[in-house]
Design a protein around this ligand. Structure first.
Ligand code: PHE
Length: 339
């Protein structure tokens, strides 16, 4: 029996040595030391031994079992290490490999222009005022001195919510809100979205952007309006830019003007950009109408003001040479990432 045990030990140790996987090692353990294992089977026979033989065989059996167990343990350890080594080699990270590009978004071209224009005016001491896109008919038309039969009030030009509310057609109602709520003197600009009932085409969009400007105080003059706008266009379009004030009519300003700037592409010589004119229209402006001041509780005998308004989308299109306003609102990344 002793011989049998030692024999089994030899075979088992050899088998363990030759295994290549932890799974196989485990199978060997079951084969020899498991409940129905070969060593176990021999140990079960021990009862049949004489009293002298039993301790001797018992000792050998124990040694054999321990030898096999310790071999199994170290073999498992060894195999685990090999596996770990293999994984380490396999999962090496090549730090020189080019990384995946993170696509960082950026501001929409219209927001960029709004920021640029706002910076220029803030540099001249203006602060930013905001108003709601859903306005009262009163603020959008009545308080701005628009006659009851003014064509812009028409249902076919304006999005009405009901008889008292509409989507503002201009940023000018912010003038009313500011004059009613702020102390004089006032010096604000107000960028924001406006809405008009226009069918979209290359130059029209039912939603567009304006920046309004308003200065009210004592001795505010037309000369200051001109000076402010001259300074502004030079900063925005370049030092050589000149302005031209053409008489116009707005209900809320008197006198009123449309303001053209020399084409920044051809410097006023005439090119496809300015349609050969040399001038590009970008602003409406004028001295705040006494009725408007009065509607806001300001005495036109003591105070005066000037106001101006410009189309941000149009300026954005001019600056970036975009030929279709719809491109600005389709939000196609291939278009937007150019700016
Ligand atoms: N609100 C006018 C428009 O939409 C522009 C403007 C603003 C004109 C302020 C004069 C003064 O056309």
């Amino acid at each position: 029996m002793q011989e049998k045990l030692l024999n089994l030990k030899e075979i088992a140790l050899k088998e363990i040595k030759d295994t290549l996987s932890i799974e196989d090692v485990e199978n060997i353990r079951v084969k020899y030391l498991g409940k129905k294992g070969e060593i176990t089977a021999i140990l079960k026979e021990m009862g049949k031994l004489s009293n002298e033989e039993r301790p001797i065989i018992g000792k050998v059996a124990n040694e054999v079992r321990e030898a096999i167990e310790s071999e199994i343990t170290s073999k498992k350890e060894e195999l685990k290490n090999i596996e770990k080594q293999r994984k380490l080699l396999e999962e090496v990270i090549d730090v020189t490999m080019p990384s995946k590009k993170v696509r960082v978004g950026k501001k929409h071209p219209i927001s960029q222009i709004i920021d640029e224009i706002s910076e220029i005016f803030m540099g001249m001491g203006f602060s930013i005022a905001e108003g709601p896109e859903v306005e009262t008919v009163h603020n959008n038309f009545d308080a701005l001195n628009a006659p009851k039969d003014h064509p812009s009030r028409d249902m076919s030009d304006t999005f009405y919510i009901n008889s008292e509310l509409l989507l503002r057609t201009q940023t000018s109602p912010v003038q009313i809100r500011t004059m009613k709520n702020q102390e004089l003197p006032i010096k604000i600009i107000s960028p924001g979205r406006c809405f008009r009932f226009d069918a979209p085409d290359a130059t029209h969009s039912p939603m567009f952007h304006q920046i309004e400007g308003l200065v009210v105080g004592k001795d505010v003059t037309m000369a200051q309006l001109k000076g402010t706008l001259n300074m502004f266009v030079k900063k925005l379009f370049g030092e050589e830019t000149k302005t031209k004030f053409r008489p116009h009519n707005f209900p809320f300003t008197e006198p009123s003007a449309e303001v053209d700037v020399t084409c920044f592409k051809c410097n006023g010589e005439g090119c496809p950009m300015c349609k050969g004119e040399g001038w590009i229209e970008i602003l409406g402006a004028g001295m705040v109408h006494p009725n408007v001041l009065r509607n806001c509780g300001i005495d036109p005998e003591v105070y005066s003001g000037f106001a101006f308004g410009m189309g941000v989308d149009r300026i954005t299109m001019l600056k970036y040479e975009i030929d279709d306003i719809r491109l600005l609102f389709e939000n196609d990344v291939r278009f937007l990432k150019q700016f």
